[in-house]
Write a protein that binds this ligand. Structure first.
Ligand SMILES: *Cc1c(COP(=O)(O)O)cnc(C)c1O
Length: 388
C-alpha cells in the first residue's frame, strides 16, 4: 500500500487513479491526503535543507496532486495552478521577447486572448493555423519560432490534429510543443507518449468533474523543463490553493468511471442527433463521417463527452437553450451534470462574425457536454426542446 510499494507506475490506469503513492497519509494512515492548510513551515534547523519551507514554493497537499497528474500523464513533473489559464500562461512564460509561436486556429478562447492581447505586449508573436493540415503548420515556421501550441480535439467543432506528425516535425526544428488536453484527459489521450513536451489542463472541467473547483495543471516531459517550469510557477506565484488541490484529487479518483459513462451517452446522443431532421450537422470524433476520425483513433483511446451540433439558425439555437430542462445552460463542460453552451454568444462572442463563421462556429451551433444523467431522459428532453 501507499508509497512503500513502488510498482504503482506499472499498474493499469484505473488502479493508478486510486493508488497513486500519496493516497494514504504516512503519518496517521488516514485514507486521504491531509489538507496542509499552512502558508509556511517551521525550520527547526535553518542549516537543514528541508523539503517544504513556504507554500507558494511547495506544499505537501499540492505536491500530492502534482505527483498524481504526473503519474497519470506519464511525465516527469507536474504543476498545479489557480486555473487552466494560469497553467497555460505559465507555459508561455517559458518564452522570451522576440519569440514566435505557432498555434492551432480554433484554440480555446482564453488562450487566443492571452496570445493575441497579452503575449503580443511581451513581444511574443503568434501565427494561428489550421493544424489539421501539416503543410500549413510547416509554412508558418519563422527563424524565431520557438513553440507550437496544439489543442485536439478542438473547440467547439472537434477538429483533429495529428499529434505525432506535429511533434516529429517540431523536434526537427527544436521547437517546444505544448498541448491542451482538457477535452480528452489522460484517460483518453496521453500526449507525452506522442512526443509532446508540456501537457496542459483546465482541471476545472473533466478532471475536477463536478463544476465546483477552478484549477489548472501542467505536466512536463523532461528534467530541464521541470526546473524551468518550477522557476516560473514559484516566480509567478499563480499556484493552486491547498483546499482546491484536495478537492481536485477527490474528483479525479472517479475520472475513468465518469469518462466511460460520459462516452457511452455521448455516442448515443451523437448518433441520435445525426438522424434528427431538425439538426443540420453533428460534430463528434466518434461519428463515421467525422473528418479526423482515423487520426483521432490512432492517438486517443476514446472520443470524449463533447458533442456539437447545428440546429440551422440562431433563433432555433436560442429556442433549444430556452426549452431544455435537464442540462445547465452555461460556459464550461466536463461535469457530472450535462452542460449546454452556445459558442456564438458565449465562448466565441468576442470573435468577429466572419471569422467565427469561417471556422464553422455558426449561429445555430450548440455544444453539449454530456453528463451522467440517464441518456433516455436527456434525449427526451432535447427532443421536446428541438420541437416547438
Ligand atoms: C476551460 C478551458 C480552459 C481554461 O481553463 P480555466 O480553468 O477556465 O482557466 C483552457 N482550455 C480549454 C480547452 C478549456 O475548455
Amino acid at each position: 500500500m501507499g508509497s512503500e510499494n513502488n510498482n504503482f507506475k506499472q499498474r493499469q490506469f484505473a488502479t493508478k487513479l486510486i493508488h497513486f503513492g500519496k493516497e494514504i497519509d504516512p503519518a496517521t494512515g488516514a485514507s486521504s491526503t491531509p489538507i496542509y492548510q499552512a502558508s509556511t513551515f517551521h525550520q527547526a534547523d535553518v542549516d537543514a535543507n528541508q523539503e517544504y519551507d513556504y507554500t507558494r514554493s511547495g506544499n505537501p497537499t499540492r505536491q500530492a496532486l502534482e505527483d498524481y497528474i504526473t503519474l497519470l500523464e506519464g511525465g516527469t513533473r507536474g504543476f498545479a495552478f489557480a486555473s487552466g489559464m494560469a497553467a497555460i500562461s505559465a507555459a508561455f512564460m517559458l518564452l522570451s521577447a522576440g519569440d514566435h509561436v505557432i498555434c492551432t486556429e480554433d484554440v480555446y478562447g482564453g488562450t487566443y486572448r492571452l496570445l493575441s492581447t497579452i503575449m503580443t505586449r511581451m513581444n511574443v508573436e503568434t501565427t494561428f493555423v489550421d493544424m489539421t493540415d501539416l503543410d500549413k503548420v510547416k509554412a508558418a515556421l519563422k527563424p524565431n519560432t520557438k513553440a507550437v501550441f496544439l489543442e485536439t480535439p478542438s473547440n467547439p467543432t472537434l477538429k483533429i490534429t495529428d499529434i505525432a506528425a506535429v511533434t516529429t516535425w517540431a523536434k526537427e526544428h527544436d521547437l517546444l510543443t505544448m498541448l491542451d488536453n482538457t477535452f480528452m484527459t489522460p484517460y483518453h489521450q496521453r500526449p507525452i507518449e506522442l512526443g509532446v513536451d508540456i501537457v496542459l489542463h483546465s482541471a476545472t472541467k473533466f478532471l475536477g468533474g463536478h463544476s465546483d473547483v477552478t484549477a489548472g495543471l501542467a505536466v512536463v516531459a523532461n528534467d530541464s523543463l521541470s526546473r524551468r517550469m518550477k522557476q516560473v510557477q514559484n516566480g509567478l506565484g499563480t499556484i493552486l490553493g491547498v483546499s482546491d488541490s484536495w478537492l481536485l484529487m477527490r474528483g479525479m479518483k472517479t475520472l475513468q468511471t465518469r469518462m466511460e459513462a460520459h462516452e457511452v451517452s455521448a455516442n448515443r446522443l451523437a448518433s441520435w442527433l445525426s438522424a434528427h431532421p431538425g439538426v443540420e450537422h453533428v460534430y463528434y470524433p466518434g461519428l463515421e463521417f467525422h473528418p479526423g476520425r482515423a487520426i483521432h483513433e490512432k492517438q486517443s483511446r476514446g472520443y470524449g463527452a463533447v458533442v456539437s451540433f447545428d440546429v440551422g439558425s440562431g433563433e432555433r439555437a436560442k429556442q433549444v437553450l430556452a426549452k431544455v430542462q435537464i442540462p445547465l445552460v452555461a460556459v464550461s463542460l466536463g461535469a457530472v451534470e450535462s452542460i449546454l453552451s452556445y459558442p456564438a454568444m458565449m465562448s466565441h462572442a468576442a470573435m468577429p462574425r466572419e471569422v467565427r463563421l469561417e471556422r464553422g462556429i455558426t449561429d445555430g451551433l450548440i455544444r453539449y457536454s454530456v453528463g451522467l444523467e440517464h441518456i433516455d431522459d436527456l434525449l427526451e428532453d432535447l427532443e421536446q426542446a428541438l420541437q416547438g
